[in-house]
Design a binder for this molecule. Structure first.
Ligand code: ATP
Length: 548
């Protein structure tokens, strides 16, 4: 499919506000996508790569503006793009108004050829090569590739390409609309599509299978070792909630670490974080543990914990330092010892276990994995649960997990089958969307950070944090956020939503100051949630519930 066709259809979807019509338009787009279905199914929801293949585009706004300016010709600078952004409000509109199509003519005149038509596959391939560029000189390569793409864009194409590369598609199409669109386009049930999406976490594959293999094709999609699925999540809940719902609860320690999904194909181990990034390289000790303790191909779920010399747990921030990709792996490794605590088994020796009851999966885990495994206690006594919680806390753990012994593993689902109990430490995982330059000796560093929560596809501000940050940390945060600076005006900086902060607070108040309608009182910085994307951060609904 030509990228221009995709862009026109995306524009039509953007101008449609009703959900049903949006799904119809998505279905028609998928139906027409033919050989491009795989890519179109991702692009339409603003996803450049399959959710499960660990590839990240990692293009900051600065690079995007530079490429746009270059494509717009010698009279336009990145600074111009930024100032137009301040008026237009979003990069797609700025890119569209640059009228880059005129440059295509010039490029062709200077030796371009007629084969330059941009197709969605071409955009996909070039963005992949861009993502693969690493090391010295990679910024230039990235810039050239992006410039080459923008240079071939007509205005509407530029609008959606700019949004796509910055991960801000804003046409109102989320996972649900794609799921319903696939079902409508290829006449299969939404349940079958939903299930296939959970198991494969790959909407391109699911769309193609629905089209080519129908319902039975979808039902045949299985877990694949090496292809991570979303983690099953928990809700907060009490012992009484658990016992009311299930009569008996499986009680486990809630380890204070970072989630990890272990994939072992019989030879090679790969580890994935909660946001499905490949974290194999930063965690060599865990790889060695798995190689030693697992002898059949399997997919396990567990937590990586940091431990002290005496074996007692260290706070999970110490673990997250190990998840940071590029920097200081060796230095942090020497500093922080990590170990795996496995608590679930999704697949073992060719058999998918998602539908097996939790206790059976846990039994299977014990037979295949000769490493540290969570202990489960089955009980129907609230007092026993209280005792278990007290001992978990006394041993330095975060709290306990309560699981329905009969429940299936539902990837990506924050349902009622897993409940977490931890003392009420008030923290929220919020997205940094702005900052202010510091003062005095911190004048060259971004200082006060503007925090937001998700509200559908939008971000709503909820407070600012400047407390709890050491000088050293501030430099580190500056370095982390600098590539995501979108625009500056005076001392205020707008930041691309990319980094998630865990912040503590005393309470949440209603407040007209912030666009969420709420304000965090006395917020303090706790950590960067390296294992979370903005999608995994808190949403406005959760804040409303907390306030209630
Ligand atoms: N025994 C366990 N079983 C399941 N999850 C566990 C266990 N021990 C620790 N965990 C961690 O607890 C988390 C469950 O809470 P939730 O699903 O809300 O994830 P979260 O948003 O990362 O929450 P939190 O910030 O509380 O860890 C899991 O993601 C996992 O990382």
């Amino acid at each position: 499919m030509e990228f221009a066709t995709f862009a026109d259809r995306a524009a039509a979807i953007e101008s449609e506000s009703a959900d049903l019509e949006t799904v119809e338009l998505v279905a028609a787009l998928l139906d027409d996508a033919e050989g491009s279905l795989d890519v179109v199914a991702r692009f339409v929801q603003g996803r450049v790569f399959p959710a499960n293949d660990g590839t990240k585009l990692d293009i900051g706004p600065a690079l995007c503006y530079e490429a746009l300016a270059k494509a717009a010709g010698p009279n336009v600078t990145s600074g111009d793009i930024e100032s137009r952004l301040a008026t237009v409000g979003e990069i797609g509109g700025v890119a569209e108004a640059l009228d880059l199509g005129g440059q295509r003519g010039l490029a062709a005149f200077g030796g371009g050829n007629d084969d330059d038509t941009l197709t969605v596959e071409r955009v996909d391939a070039e963005l992949r090569s861009l993502a693969a560029a690493a090391g010295s000189g990679s910024t230039d390569t990235k810039l050239d590739t992006l410039f080459g793409l923008f240079n071939r864009c007509e205005p509407t194409e530029a609008r959606f390409l700019a949004r796509l590369v910055l991960g801000d598609m804003r046409i109102g199409v989320g996972e649900g609309a794609v799921r319903d669109g696939i079902a409508a386009a290829f006449d299969v049930s939404t349940e079958a599509v939903e299930r296939a999406l959970q198991v494969s976490n790959d909407c391109g594959l699911v769309a193609e299978t629905a089209r080519d293999g129908g319902e039975s094709g979808l039902n045949d999609i299985r877990l694949a070792v090496g292809r991570p699925v979303k983690a099953m999540l928990a809700q907060a809940g009490t012992a009484l909630d658990a016992l009311d719902a299930w009569e008996r609860a499986a009680v486990e320690t809630k380890f204070d670490g970072a989630r990890v999904q272990v994939h072992y194909d019989g030879e090679t181990v790969r580890l994935f974080s909660r946001n499905l990034e490949d974290v194999t390289d930063p965690l060599p000790e865990i790889v060695r543990t798995v190689e030693r303790a697992l002898d059949v191909p399997a997919i396990l779920d567990g937590e990586v914990v940091a431990i002290d010399g005496d074996g007692s747990p260290r706070p999970f921030q110490d673990v997250l330092r190990r998840f940071r990709r590029k920097h200081d792996i060796q230095a942090t490794r020497e500093d922080v010892t990590v170990e795996l605590r496995a608590f679930d088994c999704l697949h073992a020796d060719g058999a998918d276990l998602l539908d097996a009851p939790f206790v059976d999966r846990h039994d299977r885990l014990r037979t295949v994995f000769d490493g540290e495994i969570s202990t489960i206690r089955l009980t129907d006594a609230p007092e026993e649960i209280a005792d278990l919680e007290a001992s978990a806390l006394a041993a330095g753990h975060e709290g306990i997990m309560l699981k329905d012994p009969a429940s299936a593993y539902t990837p990506g689902n924050r349902g009622k089958n897993w409940l977490k109990r931890k003392p009420d430490v008030e923290t929220l995982d919020v997205i940094v969307t702005g900052a202010e330059w510091g003062e005095g000796r911190r004048a060259n560093l971004l200082g006060t950070f503007l925090l937001s929560v998700r509200d559908g596809e939008e971000y709503r501000t909820i407070g600012k944090v400047a407390t709890g940050i050491t000088d050293e940390k501030l430099e580190e945060l500056h370095e982390r956020l600098d590539p995501y600076v979108r625009s500056e005006s005076g001392t205020e900086v707008e930041i691309e939503p990319a980094i998630v902060f865990e912040v503590g607070y005393e309470e949440i108040q209603r407040s007209p100051t912030y666009s969420s309608g709420y304000a965090l009182r006395f917020p303090r910085f706790v950590s960067v949630r390296e294992d979370k994307d903005p999608d995994d951060a808190e949403d406005l609904e959760r804040v409303e519930r907390l306030v209630e």
